[in-house]
Ligand binder design. Sequence first.
Ligand code: 13P
Length: 122
Amino acid sequence: MKLALIAHDGKKDAMIALAGDYLPLLRRCTLMATGTTGTRLAAAHGLVVERMLSGPMGGDLQIGARLAAGDLDGVIFLRDPMTPQPHEPDINALVRACDVHDVPCATNVATARLLLARWSGA
Ligand SMILES: O=C(CO)COP(=O)(O)O
């Protein structure tokens, strides 16, 4: 299974905690992430992550392109709804690509837990 993990700054600690709860699954997956999220996941959990550019530099678009090419089975994208982002169009493009291609996309922790539990076989 190929997953993308992305978190805005206000949600990065939540992403690290979430990943920590699903390490057996995540270690079996092929992972990609935006730059800083990927660095944090590798440092915190030793996960092997293909790191794209940071979100504001185009990382969401890189992941969207991979998704559109059929290279992703799911996206965990912990957006920060309380903080305006300079690359809002890129964020919307990635979420739209998930809808266009019918790829599961969790944008909050509660939904992410449902998907990760399902993919873990629970
Ligand atoms: O901005 C992001 C997603 O839109 C995340 O980028 P980073 O993981 O580089 O912080």
